[in-house]
Ligand binder design. Structure first.
Ligand code: G3P
Ligand code: CA
Length: 240
């Protein structure tokens, strides 16, 4: 099973930063999850919200800021505000890290929030440049992005994200040619996991921080769990 450090080890470190990704790997995660947006000057950056305000000491939309402007921002968490590893990372920096470790990287395209022009092409170009195709799983809440990625690079795995019930979700994911479904924890059942597997779809569930649900999902045959606490999930995975 893949233990995805959700936005890195974001329960203890500033989310979506190089520090959080490195700490996720140290904690034993065999997967990392991150969110991608595009800057004003067309660079791919790793940040969850379209607005910098929640995580950095500044205001503004990622799409209206240049990479240099974003890199100058200070992290909101006081304890980490002086750390160079707590600035907005570029996707390239994370790919460089991932290339050195045997981990799966889930790249979430935030195109449900802002329909960034040709972001699928840009992300796949970088994945190919770093030759990390086999380590990547691209996901999105936007079905058009899943379809587009499969058109450009059918050999890169994709996962369809959803947070509310969808009729016939397995058939729908298959129609997108997705390799996995990524449901919110509240939408998962053992029957869904079984049906997905019968249809050659993997099931990766978000965001699971409770040991009770971690154990239930492992027993139900989950293929991956996204957690803010990868060390905790790692301990539970190591239980008999
Ligand atoms: O990919 C799982 C999860 O990250 C989706 O929700 O809001 O944390 O990006 P969110
Ligand atoms: Ca995400």
């Amino acid at each position: 099973m893949i233990n995805f450090a959700h936005r890195g080890a974001s329960g203890d470190y500033p989310e979506n930063t190089l520090l959080a990704f490195k700490e996720g790997i140290k904690a034993g995660a065999n997967g990392l999850e991150l969110d991608v947006h595009k800057t004003k000057d067309g660079k791919l950056v790793v940040i969850h919200d379209e607005d910098v305000e929640r995580t950095f000491q500044a205001r503004g939309l990622v799409k209206d800021l240049t990479l240099d402007e974003l890199r100058a921002l200070t992290c909101r968490k006081q304890l980490f505000k002086d750390s160079k590893e707590c600035r907005v990372p570029t996707l390239e920096e994370v790919l460089e890290l991932v290339k050195k470790h045997p981990v799966t990287l889930n790249i979430e395209l935030k195109t449900d929030v802002i329909p960034y022009n040709r972001i699928e092409e840009d992300v796949i170009r970088l994945i190919k440049a770093y030759q990390v195709q086999d380590q990547i799983l691209i996901s999105s809440f936007n079905p058009k992005s899943i379809k587009r990625c499969k058109e450009i690079a059918p050999y890169i795995k994709t996962g369809f994200l959803y947070h509310k019930p969808i009729d016939q979700v397995i058939q729908y994911a298959k129609s997108l040619q997705a390799d996995a479904i990524h449901p919110d924890l509240k939408l998962v059942s053992e029957a869904l996991i079984k049906e997905a597997h019968e249809n050659q779809l993997e099931v990766n569930i978000y965001t699971v921080n409770s040991p009770i649900y971690m154990r239930k999902l492992i027993a139900a045959g989950a293929d991956g769990i996204f957690t803010d606490y990868p060390a905790l999930l790692n301990e539970i995975m190591e239980e008999e």
